[in-house]
Design a protein around this ligand. Structure first.
Ligand SMILES: CSCC[C@H](NC=O)C(=O)N[C@@H](Cc1ccccc1)C(=O)O
Length: 714
């Protein structure tokens, strides 16, 4: 390469790295808890996360605030304090104690887990919970099964862990040299290599979760006697601490991936701590989850939806009354949106605190078309209202509520998430006045526009012909008349959605000069259950055409350069990327995709969610389904690889080597097919990354590679 070209290339890299460094340094709130100190003051504890590119890890820290209880002004803000080795922290109901689950490696490199109890004087107890050998590893916050709950009398802690597995050793020797006689009789022979099923992508080694109770005074641990065919989680204390309420997922006949999949068979149960009797309180023909008890302990709410079908869908909000032992629907599944208020609930779980102080209302946030909005649902009148809050056309979500003081997180594509505090008012007509906890950093060089798109007559769905869809166009500020190149970016899933949130990659693309069109094609969440169902059996067609038509509309409005269009997407978004460059070969300059689905016919035996392949291809699924030539034929017709001969655009493929959802072989097969057809392509493989590719160093490397790829092929 001539010297000038080398210099220009280096300059380009430096600029992109600079953009990424700036964005990666932004810290974002992850959670917050509010509590009243007295009539005059409120205390708010907030948790934050920030990328540390030097250490290649995320730094977590807390910031504490003291607020004036009358006008919510910030009186004191403590300096940031880094949090290390902490898996989970939970304040007791009175605020006197904290329980902290910590993880630590001893000198032999073995992982130890402790539950520590703290008060204002310091650490008062520390239990090495796994040493009692009553259970396996404690679940953490992010696991679907995780929970940490103080009993109302503050004497006990409820948590979940993996069920204890029998120890095993080889038929021909010992596991280690120091097994004593007592241990020897508990050891089974020759089972070391038996498969232990788990719950798949991002839930590796989560096989069968059990509920545990730690007696804080004595340190004894009781593992509840739940059936071995249930994985238990999301546990909370029932009225007067006499029962435990939890969600149980069926392990049989075999486990399928649970991450991003709320349609698995599960129910809400109560466990009587005196009699050990387990009762299912939800409808067992539905999939139920996320029980949450009212402050007055008279009732609980939870979500349910049909078992099977789309991996995420619209859910019902249901309520169980402890006195009458009856269930009722508070907010039903919304098939076809009827009003401007609510299109249904699309959340996996409720916030751990979601009730108003009078136990009459629930606060939750969920997608309403392309925005996350706040809802207040009255469980007595079964009425729903949207709460005001945040940025115009932006998104707001609930972070915590305590005694009607609400903390929300507000954001938009040009405004990173920031926290606000307000009071839930008794008069539903009155607007909440929100106060900043931290000031947002608005990027005035980025703007965004929401558009709705009406499919042309030939593209209307045969059953749900009324459906429309939306896009979010994010634009860089340009100094000249030149229109920016466009990145067409459909989301994955397909049953998820792009809400008007701040997304680091999108902001980064804009700062590098690109416009980004995020497409909520039909099938996305937030538009009613009909939209979710409209895509089943139509993948590779309806979604592809929605994306292309949206790009055409935006180009025809003259907002972007129609001669410079690039494709980007992950997973099902990678499926759409490879479809679009194959079906519209002259439209795209280049493409990039992460863990793309490229060939459905070879997915069923290798993904952790084979049901996805059947259901999205338009078939019913049950655990005994086997692939046959007629399924395969339909799957082939819907696969991007079918169009590989037509591809012209250079394609960058990125793989998370540990992805269990979309096996790396999908990208590799497509890569080989492009190579042999002399289409420019590159494959990047990230070690220790699974489906999302979000390890700090990999995410950073992928960003720079994507930008260089597009710039090289502009
Ligand atoms: C057999 S893989 C199917 C594609 C995958 N769907 C579900 O997991 C997918 O597109 N994944 C999305 C992840 C996602 C799904 C739902 C909600 C949020 C994220 C992706 O990686 O973007």
């Amino acid at each position: 390469m001539p010297l000038l070209a080398v210099y220009t290339e280096l300059k380009k890299v430096e600029e992109i790295v600079g953009v990424y460094r700036d964005l990666a340094s932004i810290s974002l709130p992850t959670s917050a808890q509010v509590r009243s100190v007295d009539d005059q003051f409120l205390a708010v504890t907030t948790q934050w996360s920030q990328r540390d590119l030097e250490k290649s890890e995320k730094t977590n820290f807390t910031v504490n605030y003291i607020l004036n209880a009358q006008d919510y002004s910030v009186l004191i803000k403590t300096p940031s304090q880094e949090v290390k080795n902490e898996i989970w922290k939970k304040e007791s109901p009175s605020g006197k104690y904290h329980a902290v689950v910590t993880s630590w490696k001893n000198k032999k490199g073995e992982e130890k887990q402790f539950i520590e109890i703290w008060n204002s004087q310091g650490k008062i107890k520390n239990y090495d919970v796994c040493s009692q050998e009553k259970h396996g590893k404690v679940n953490n916050k992010d696991d679907t099964f995780g929970c940490l709950q103080w009993s109302n009398n503050e004497e006990k802690l409820l948590y979940t862990s993996e069920r204890k597995l029998p120890k095993t050793k080889s038929f021909f020797g010992t596991t280690n040299g120091n097994d004593d006689k007592k241990e020897e009789k508990d050891i089974v022979l020759g089972k070391e290599h038996y498969t232990v099923e788990d719950w798949g992508e991002q839930l590796v080694k989560k096989s069968c979760s059990v509920i545990c109770i730690l007696d804080i005074k004595s340190g004894t641990i009781e593992v509840l006697d739940t059936p071995a065919d249930l994985s238990c989680g999301q546990a909370c204390w029932g009225p007067e601490d006499n029962t435990v309420v939890f969600t149980g997922w069926n392990n049989d006949p075999f486990r399928l991936g649970l991450k991003y999949c709320t349609q698995r068979q599960s129910a809400v149960y109560t466990y009587d701590l005196k009699t050990q009797k387990i009762t299912s309180i939800s409808d067992k023909t539905q999939s139920s989850r996320s029980p949450n008890i009212s402050p007055d302990q008279s009732k609980l709410v939870y979500f349910d939806q049909p078992i099977g079908g789309a991996h995420k869908q619209c859910s019902r909000l249901k309520m169980y009354d402890f006195k009458t032992q009856t269930n009722q629907v508070i907010l039903d599944i919304v098939h076809r949106p009827k009003d401007e208020v609510c299109n249904g609930i699309y959340e996996d779980v409720l916030m751990s605190r979601c009730w108003s102080h009078d136990s009459k209302q629930i606060i939750l946030s969920t997608s309403y078309r392309s925005r996350t909005v706040l809802y207040c649902i009255n469980v007595e009148t079964k009425t729903v209202r949207q709460l005001n809050g945040g940025i115009k056309d932006g998104s707001s979500s609930i972070v915590d509520i305590y005694k009607d003081i609400i903390i929300i997180s507000c954001t938009s594509p040009n405004t990173p998430q920031h926290l606000m505090v307000g009071k839930l008012l008794s008069n539903p007509g009155e607007e909440i006045k929100w106060h900043y906890l931290n000031q947002p950093e608005i990027d005035n060089n980025i703007s965004f526009h929401l558009s709705s798109h009406q499919p042309t007559t030939d593209r209307k769905h045969s059953k749900y012909g009324y459906l429309d869809y939306e896009t979010i166009l994010v634009l860089p500020k340009t100094t000249d008349d030149k229109k920016p190149p466009l990145i067409l970016f459909p989301h994955g899933g397909p049953h998820t959605t792009f809400d008007t949130l701040y997304m680091m990659y999108v902001a980064g693309f804009c700062k590098c000069g690109f416009a980004v069109l995020m497409v909520n094609y039909r099938g996305s969440l937030g538009f009613g259950q009909d939209s979710v169902e409209s895509i089943l059996g139509n993948i590779g067609d309806q979604d592809v055409k929605d994306c292309k038509a949206a790009a055409d509309e935006i180009i025809s409005k003259g907002l972007v350069d129609g001669q410079k269009v690039f494709m980007f997407g992950g997973s099902h978004g990678g499926f759409l990327t490879t479809h679009l460059i194959g079906q519209y070969p002259d439209f795209f300059q280049a493409g990039c995709c992460r863990n793309p689905v490229t060939n459905l016919t070879v997915m069923t035996g290798v993904t952790d969610i084979p049901d996805w392949v059947y259901v999205e291809s338009g078939f019913d699924y049950n655990h005994s389904c086997l692939l046959n030539p007629s399924y395969s034929e339909e799957m082939w017709k819907r696969s991007p690889i079918r169009y590989v001969d037509q591809v012209k655009a250079p394609l960058l493929l990125m793989i998370g080597k540990d992805d269990l959802r979309v096996p790396p072989s999908q990208a590799k097969e497509y890569y080989r097919a492009l190579k042999t057809r002399n289409i420019k392509t590159r494959l990047i493989e990230y070690e220790d990354n699974c489906h999302p590719i979000v390890k700090v160093d990999s995410e950073a490397d992928a960003f720079v590679n994507i930008m260089l790829w597009y710039k090289e092929h502009s």
